[in-house]
Ligand binder design. Structure first.
Ligand code: CMC
Length: 383
């Protein structure tokens, strides 16, 4: 009897690869939960440090637990001199995601515990990575702006310190608030492509730095984390709000994708996009002319896309669509959006890796072979 053809799930669409208690994405209802807590409540009440704790340890910390966790993060903020020098010589000319990926990979060279695969060492490395990735992204931005290394300030929170190391000055609340919000909203999102590639690497029992380096490379792509940069670039190309409808209609007619819309799991409005949009609208007249113009373009684009592709095709705004104007309001340049996404998602990547390693299984899917078999080898001169 001939073998039945296997069902091929292109892009692993609808395939469950593991069990996890870290994050629930309800793509039908448009809900997101970190360890059971609705994202709206977390975004309203939590800090990034608390979110990182929640993701890693599976529960909200008590006051003393959070204080101790924050102290551990603060102790890990500074960067090795070799990493600073690598950033200094590459930041101005290279893609910030390439510099980030290289820097994170190189961190293992400065970590005596890099090859220690015990759970305790992996938690310490997780804390190191959360802390240092934020410092790396800030330092990349700093050198791109022509500045030098700014040593971390232990009096500041995680995201305040990020802005301090980026700008060399303590942030005003209107800069800090949106960055903190984005840190929280991008921290985790179940088995998205970058988390999955982190797990694939880690599942071979490779080390945490290698696994996270895979995640960063995966996040870079415009179908994933890179979409926030592309969405803002599109808004700048549109230029004036009155051009929005024309631009989008032409793009769709030319079969182009509108970045910041659509999702593999959400077939309705992404709840993170709602929170980000809400923040943007709350700025109103307090924002700059540029942010108001970008907001108007985003709102017109959102309306048109929902009319055209929302209900009919399940293509709705995702986390990346309104992120651009929000980052602009905080003075963050577009090329730092995806590195910042990575600096936030590191908590999720590591939480998943720690969970997966507690019951590891090599990830090795199959592919259906469609080529020939049994060919006779032909020597090179006879082909
Ligand atoms: N604009 C226009 N058409 C779209 C879009 C979009 N943003 N997204 C999907 N489509 C169309 C696509 O062209 C295809 O049409 P057809 O069937 O006629 O060929 C159909 O919808 C299905 O697309 P798909 O790529 O097969 O579906 P998917 O579930 O794999 O798509 C996606 C998910 C995120 C890759 C896709 O929606 C997309 O490319 N979006 C734009 C990029 C983006 O915003 N990515 C960020 C995702 S959320 C944050 C993150 O993951 O980092």
């Amino acid at each position: 009897m001939a073998d039945e053809a296997p069902i091929v799930h292109k892009g692993l669409d609808s395939v469950y690869v593991t069990e996890s208690s870290i994050c629930k994405v309800d793509g039908t209802e448009g809900k997101l939960y970190y360890r059971g807590y609705p994202i709206e409540e977390i975004a309203e009440n939590s800090s990034y440090e608390e979110v990182a704790y929640l993701l890693i340890y599976g529960k909200l910390p008590k006051r003393n637990e959070l204080d101790s966790f924050i102290a551990q993060l603060k102790a890990e903020r500074d960067l090795p001199q070799g990493i600073i020098e690598m950033i200094a010589s590459n930041a101005a000319k290279a893609d910030p995601m390439d510099v980030l990926r290289t820097a994170v990979s190189s961190l293992s060279l400065y970590d005596n515990e890099a090859a220690d695969s015990s759970k305790e060492a992996n938690i310490r490395k997780t804390i190191r990575l959360i802390s240092k990735m934020s410092s790396i992204v800030a330092t990349i931005g700093r050198y791109r702006n022509g500045g030098g290394y700014v040593s971390p300030d232990a009096k500041l929170s995680h995201s305040e310190n990020f802005l301090y190391m980026l700008n060399g000055a303590k942030p005003a609340p209107e800069q800090h608030k949106p960055v903190e919000m984005m840190f929280i909203l991008q921290a985790e999102h179940s088995s998205n492509a970058s988390t999955f590639s982190t797990l694939v690497t880690g599942s071979t029992l490779s080390d945490l730095y290698s696994a996270v380096t895979s995640g960063i490379g995966t996040l870079k792509g415009p179908l994933h984390g890179g979409a926030d940069e592309e969405a803002l670039r599109m808004m700048y190309t549109i230029g004036d709000p009155s051009n929005t409808e024309n631009y989008i209609n032409e793009a769709l007619a030319g079969k182009k994708r509108i970045m910041g819309f659509g999702h593999r799991v959400y077939k309705t409005y992404d709840p993170r996009a709602r929170v980000i949009k809400g923040y943007l609208l709350s700025l109103q007249s307090n924002s700059s002319e540029e942010v108001r113009r970008l907001t108007e373009i985003a709102l017109r684009g959102e309306k048109l896309m929902i009319e055209k592709l929302g209900q009919s095709h399940g293509i709705w705004p995702n986390v990346d669509f309104f992120a651009g104007p929000v980052y602009v309001s905080a003075g963050i340049k577009v090329e730092l959006f995806t590195p910042l996404f990575a600096a936030s998602r590191i908590s999720g990547w590591c939480a998943h890796m720690l969970e997966y390693w507690s019951d590891n299984k090599l990830i090795r899917p199959l592919e259906q072979y469609t080529g020939q078999i049994g060919l006779k080898y032909v020597p090179i001169d006879k082909r």
